[in-house]
Write a protein that binds this ligand. Structure first.
Ligand SMILES: Nc1ncnc2c1ncn2[C@@H]1O[C@H](COP(=O)(O)OP(=O)(O)O)[C@@H](O)[C@H]1O
Ligand SMILES: Cc1ncsc1CCOP(=O)(O)O
Ligand SMILES: [Mg+2]
Length: 290
């Protein structure tokens, strides 16, 4: 019997830039049920990328409103909104609108563990994007988060990359959607294809909301290209990473700190060009063949 072989190649350079152009052309309306810590940044990054935000979340209107949206983002930082998340998620599923989950601190408390279970049982997710601790928890692996941040032992590293890809792939198959693990190295997989994104910078972990904004961007890209959630997610991760690097270059040049970095990151998404993406992206794709 032949052993499965994993081949690795660079992700085609124009795919992400074409996806960005699609977002700008289609200007997707993205509905977010999200947390009060980062809600403003999420709305602004959606506007920056060329989408349109609605943070409509009350259970009395959110399931109705979602029929007008191109994508729905559910962020577990809004832990008190689970009833609305379930009702709105089901409405989006019924209308075949992509639904993206950010499982903020999912393993951290009994309430969050239960909420994660309820959401996964009741809503079909197109994409789940979390940090290493959050995805490890959902995959049934031991995890030790630091509040809403990744625990040091849970991050994807060069050493555990293959095992981490396998874990993410299995979870993707289990949920029937795309899994994205963010960190120093990002993994994106639909269970078959697997991409590793090397863009980004450490300062992104020094602001709150880089993960929430990334998940919201994934919503925008999925809203613009609902038939290819894998490519949409890779393009969103690459865009966020390249924008982070551009903001970091400015921070180093000007000697500013994390408050300015947060603004510069949103500005970098606003000004991001297809050419910048093609020049800056560092992404490879792994394929398994028998
Ligand atoms: N040390 C790092 N080096 C490069 N990119 C990073 C680093 N830490 C975070 N990022 C980037 O920041 C964004 C948010 O990821 P992450 O910090 O894992 O999410 P969360 O805020 O949900 O914990 C992603 O685009 C990720 O690639
Ligand atoms: C600090 C905090 N607490 C609850 S939600 C939240 C924001 C988390 O944002 P991110 O995971 O994007 O840093
Ligand atoms: Mg997060």
């Amino acid at each position: 019997m032949n052993q499965p072989k994993t081949t690795q190649q660079d992700f085609a350079v124009d795919i992400c830039s074409q996806a960005l152009t699609q977002v700008r052309t289609k200007a997707p309306l993205v509905q977010c049920i999200t947390n009060f810590v980062t809600v403003n940044d999420c709305a602004n990054i959606l506007l920056a990328v060329g989408g349109s935000p609605t943070m409509c979340q009350d259970v009395r209107e959110a399931p109705e409103a979602v029929s007008a949206a191109s994508a729905l983002v559910l962020n577990m930082g809004a832990i008190d909104m689970v009833d609305s998340m379930v009702a709105t998620g089901k409405a989006a599923n019924g209308a075949k609108i992509p639904v993206v989950l950010d499982p903020v601190a999912v393993g951290g408390t009994a309430l969050r563990r239960d909420t994660g279970t309820i959401l996964l049982e009741q809503v079909a997710f197109t994409v789940i994007r979390g940090n290493g601790s959050e995805i490890r928890y959902l995959a049934g692996q031991a995890s030790q988060a630091s509040g809403v941040d990744v625990g040091t032992g849970d991050a994807v590293t060069r050493e555990n990359l293959m095992v981490s890809m396998e874990m993410a792939k299995n979870l993707a198959v289990q949920i029937g959607g795309v899994i994205a693990v963010s960190g120093v190295m990002d993994i994106v997989t639909d269970g078959q294809r697997c991409a590793v994104v090397h863009n980004g910078c450490a300062t992104m972990a020094r602001i709150t909301g880089s993960g929430c904004m990334l998940t919201t961007l994934i919503g925008a890209f999925c809203g613009a290209m609902p038939d290819d959630a894998f490519t949409a997610t890779v393009a969103a991760m690459v865009s966020m990473g390249v924008a982070g690097e551009l903001a970091e270059a400015k921070r180093l040049e000007q000697g500013t700190g994390n408050a300015t970095f947060r603004t510069d990151l949103i500005d970098a998404i606003f000004n991001l060009t297809p050419a910048q993406l093609e020049k800056g992206m560092r992404c490879e794709i792994y394929k398994t063949t028998d």
